[in-house]
Design a protein around this ligand. Structure first.
Ligand SMILES: [Fe+2]
Length: 215
Protein backbone atom coordinates (compact mmCIF):
# COMPACT_ATOMS: atom_id res chain seq x y z
CA UNK A 1 0.00 0.00 0.00
CA UNK A 2 1.47 3.30 -1.04
CA UNK A 3 1.63 5.91 1.73
CA UNK A 4 -1.05 8.46 1.05
CA UNK A 5 -0.62 12.19 0.83
CA UNK A 6 -3.12 14.93 1.35
CA UNK A 7 -2.46 16.73 -1.91
CA UNK A 8 -4.41 19.77 -0.74
CA UNK A 9 -1.46 20.46 1.56
CA UNK A 10 1.05 20.53 -1.26
CA UNK A 11 0.35 23.96 -2.66
CA UNK A 12 3.17 26.44 -2.73
CA UNK A 13 3.10 29.29 -0.30
CA UNK A 14 1.87 32.42 -2.06
CA UNK A 15 3.94 35.55 -1.74
CA UNK A 16 7.21 33.83 -0.82
CA UNK A 17 10.27 35.06 -2.65
CA UNK A 18 11.55 31.58 -3.36
CA UNK A 19 9.03 29.74 -5.54
CA UNK A 20 10.52 26.40 -4.49
CA UNK A 21 9.39 26.77 -0.88
CA UNK A 22 6.36 24.61 -0.16
CA UNK A 23 3.66 25.32 2.40
CA UNK A 24 5.25 23.24 5.18
CA UNK A 25 8.33 25.47 5.08
CA UNK A 26 6.21 27.88 7.14
CA UNK A 27 6.68 25.49 10.08
CA UNK A 28 10.40 26.18 10.25
CA UNK A 29 12.22 28.71 12.39
CA UNK A 30 14.36 31.42 10.73
CA UNK A 31 17.63 29.51 11.00
CA UNK A 32 16.06 26.38 9.53
CA UNK A 33 14.54 28.45 6.75
CA UNK A 34 17.93 29.92 5.84
CA UNK A 35 19.38 26.42 5.62
CA UNK A 36 16.45 25.39 3.43
CA UNK A 37 16.99 28.36 1.12
CA UNK A 38 20.65 27.35 0.79
CA UNK A 39 19.61 23.79 0.00
CA UNK A 40 17.19 25.09 -2.62
CA UNK A 41 19.99 27.03 -4.30
CA UNK A 42 22.26 23.98 -4.27
CA UNK A 43 19.52 21.81 -5.79
CA UNK A 44 18.86 24.40 -8.48
CA UNK A 45 22.55 24.30 -9.37
CA UNK A 46 22.54 20.52 -9.34
CA UNK A 47 19.50 20.36 -11.61
CA UNK A 48 21.35 22.42 -14.18
CA UNK A 49 24.47 20.29 -14.05
CA UNK A 50 25.42 17.02 -15.76
CA UNK A 51 23.51 14.02 -14.32
CA UNK A 52 26.86 12.37 -13.64
CA UNK A 53 27.49 14.98 -10.97
CA UNK A 54 24.16 14.45 -9.24
CA UNK A 55 25.22 12.02 -6.49
CA UNK A 56 28.25 14.09 -5.51
CA UNK A 57 26.33 17.36 -5.53
CA UNK A 58 23.55 15.85 -3.43
CA UNK A 59 26.09 14.52 -0.98
CA UNK A 60 27.61 17.99 -0.59
CA UNK A 61 24.22 19.75 -0.39
CA UNK A 62 22.67 17.38 2.13
CA UNK A 63 25.85 17.21 4.23
CA UNK A 64 25.86 20.98 4.40
CA UNK A 65 22.18 21.09 5.29
CA UNK A 66 22.57 18.48 8.03
CA UNK A 67 25.44 20.48 9.49
CA UNK A 68 23.21 23.57 9.68
CA UNK A 69 20.02 22.18 11.21
CA UNK A 70 18.19 19.14 12.52
CA UNK A 71 14.74 20.58 11.67
CA UNK A 72 13.69 20.12 15.29
CA UNK A 73 10.79 22.52 14.67
CA UNK A 74 9.06 19.62 13.00
CA UNK A 75 9.04 17.44 16.10
CA UNK A 76 5.37 16.69 16.79
CA UNK A 77 5.28 17.79 20.40
CA UNK A 78 6.28 21.26 19.33
CA UNK A 79 3.25 21.51 17.10
CA UNK A 80 0.62 20.29 19.46
CA UNK A 81 -2.44 22.42 18.93
CA UNK A 82 -1.12 24.08 15.80
CA UNK A 83 -2.74 23.91 12.39
CA UNK A 84 -0.22 21.71 10.71
CA UNK A 85 0.12 21.64 6.99
CA UNK A 86 1.98 18.42 7.61
CA UNK A 87 1.21 15.51 5.43
CA UNK A 88 0.22 12.50 7.46
CA UNK A 89 1.04 9.26 5.82
CA UNK A 90 0.50 5.69 6.79
CA UNK A 91 1.24 2.38 5.25
CA UNK A 92 0.18 -1.19 5.69
CA UNK A 93 3.31 -2.20 7.56
CA UNK A 94 4.07 0.97 9.49
CA UNK A 95 2.63 2.46 12.62
CA UNK A 96 0.14 5.09 11.49
CA UNK A 97 0.82 8.76 11.62
CA UNK A 98 4.43 9.22 10.59
CA UNK A 99 4.60 12.63 9.08
CA UNK A 100 5.99 13.81 5.80
CA UNK A 101 6.44 17.52 5.27
CA UNK A 102 6.95 18.76 1.75
CA UNK A 103 9.50 21.56 2.12
CA UNK A 104 10.76 22.19 -1.41
CA UNK A 105 8.94 21.75 -4.71
CA UNK A 106 10.80 22.92 -7.80
CA UNK A 107 8.27 24.71 -10.06
CA UNK A 108 9.94 23.01 -13.02
CA UNK A 109 9.37 19.62 -11.41
CA UNK A 110 13.04 18.68 -11.36
CA UNK A 111 13.18 17.89 -7.64
CA UNK A 112 11.35 18.02 -4.35
CA UNK A 113 12.49 17.76 -0.74
CA UNK A 114 10.49 16.09 2.00
CA UNK A 115 11.23 15.92 5.73
CA UNK A 116 9.95 12.84 7.53
CA UNK A 117 9.34 12.65 11.27
CA UNK A 118 9.58 9.08 12.52
CA UNK A 119 8.18 8.08 15.87
CA UNK A 120 9.22 4.82 17.52
CA UNK A 121 8.36 1.72 15.46
CA UNK A 122 7.32 3.61 12.37
CA UNK A 123 8.73 2.11 9.18
CA UNK A 124 8.46 2.63 5.47
CA UNK A 125 7.32 -0.20 3.26
CA UNK A 126 9.99 -2.22 1.46
CA UNK A 127 10.53 -0.37 -1.78
CA UNK A 128 12.75 0.38 -4.74
CA UNK A 129 12.51 3.73 -6.49
CA UNK A 130 10.96 5.12 -9.63
CA UNK A 131 13.38 8.05 -9.49
CA UNK A 132 16.76 8.96 -8.07
CA UNK A 133 16.70 9.94 -4.44
CA UNK A 134 18.99 10.92 -1.61
CA UNK A 135 18.46 11.28 2.10
CA UNK A 136 20.20 12.21 5.29
CA UNK A 137 19.23 11.69 8.91
CA UNK A 138 19.06 15.03 10.69
CA UNK A 139 17.89 14.15 14.18
CA UNK A 140 17.96 10.90 16.13
CA UNK A 141 18.82 7.72 14.28
CA UNK A 142 17.14 5.42 11.79
CA UNK A 143 17.62 1.81 10.88
CA UNK A 144 17.93 0.83 7.23
CA UNK A 145 17.47 -2.69 5.94
CA UNK A 146 18.72 -3.35 2.43
CA UNK A 147 17.22 -5.91 0.08
CA UNK A 148 18.44 -7.66 -3.07
CA UNK A 149 16.08 -8.14 -5.97
CA UNK A 150 15.71 -11.74 -7.16
CA UNK A 151 14.58 -12.08 -10.77
CA UNK A 152 13.70 -15.75 -10.27
CA UNK A 153 11.23 -15.20 -7.45
CA UNK A 154 10.35 -11.63 -8.46
CA UNK A 155 10.74 -10.69 -4.82
CA UNK A 156 13.19 -8.82 -2.61
CA UNK A 157 15.45 -10.78 -0.28
CA UNK A 158 16.65 -9.31 2.98
CA UNK A 159 20.30 -8.32 3.05
CA UNK A 160 22.23 -6.24 5.51
CA UNK A 161 20.85 -3.81 8.06
CA UNK A 162 22.63 -0.79 9.43
CA UNK A 163 22.05 2.19 11.67
CA UNK A 164 21.75 5.52 9.88
CA UNK A 165 23.10 8.40 11.90
CA UNK A 166 23.00 12.17 11.44
CA UNK A 167 25.17 13.63 8.68
CA UNK A 168 25.35 10.41 6.64
CA UNK A 169 24.05 10.84 3.10
CA UNK A 170 22.67 7.95 1.06
CA UNK A 171 21.97 8.12 -2.65
CA UNK A 172 20.35 5.69 -5.05
CA UNK A 173 19.38 5.77 -8.70
CA UNK A 174 16.00 4.74 -9.98
CA UNK A 175 15.38 1.02 -10.21
CA UNK A 176 15.52 -2.09 -8.07
CA UNK A 177 19.19 -1.76 -7.18
CA UNK A 178 18.48 0.23 -4.04
CA UNK A 179 15.59 -1.60 -2.38
CA UNK A 180 15.35 -0.74 1.27
CA UNK A 181 13.18 -0.19 4.29
CA UNK A 182 13.72 2.70 6.65
CA UNK A 183 12.38 3.07 10.13
CA UNK A 184 12.88 4.15 13.67
CA UNK A 185 13.31 1.40 16.29
CA UNK A 186 14.35 3.90 18.97
CA UNK A 187 12.25 5.53 21.71
CA UNK A 188 13.12 9.05 20.55
CA UNK A 189 11.66 10.56 17.39
CA UNK A 190 13.92 10.88 14.36
CA UNK A 191 13.89 13.30 11.44
CA UNK A 192 15.29 12.72 7.97
CA UNK A 193 15.35 14.81 4.82
CA UNK A 194 14.76 13.21 1.42
CA UNK A 195 15.36 14.72 -2.01
CA UNK A 196 13.61 13.16 -5.00
CA UNK A 197 13.83 13.75 -8.72
CA UNK A 198 10.12 14.44 -9.14
CA UNK A 199 7.75 17.36 -8.69
CA UNK A 200 6.19 18.08 -5.33
CA UNK A 201 2.81 16.98 -6.60
CA UNK A 202 4.24 13.58 -7.60
CA UNK A 203 6.02 12.51 -4.44
CA UNK A 204 3.15 10.29 -3.30
CA UNK A 205 2.95 8.33 -6.55
CA UNK A 206 6.23 8.61 -8.45
CA UNK A 207 8.92 7.82 -5.86
CA UNK A 208 8.44 4.50 -4.09
CA UNK A 209 8.33 1.30 -6.12
CA UNK A 210 6.74 -1.17 -3.73
CA UNK A 211 7.95 -4.74 -4.13
CA UNK A 212 7.11 -8.19 -2.84
CA UNK A 213 9.39 -9.59 -0.15
CA UNK A 214 10.70 -13.16 -0.18
CA UNK A 215 9.75 -14.92 3.04
FE1 LIG B 1 13.54 4.98 -0.36
Amino acid sequence: MTPSFDLTALSLSPGRSNPCLAASAALLNPAELIALEQLSSALDAMAGSHPGQRARRLDIALSHFAAQTDLASLLPRQHRGRDLTAIVASSANAAPGYQRHLLLADPQGRYSAVAIVWEKDQYSPVHGHHTWCAYSVLHGALSESRFDWCETTQAAQLGAAAARLPHEVSYTDAGLGGIHRLGNPHPAAAISLHVYGVSGASVSTAVNHLVAVHT
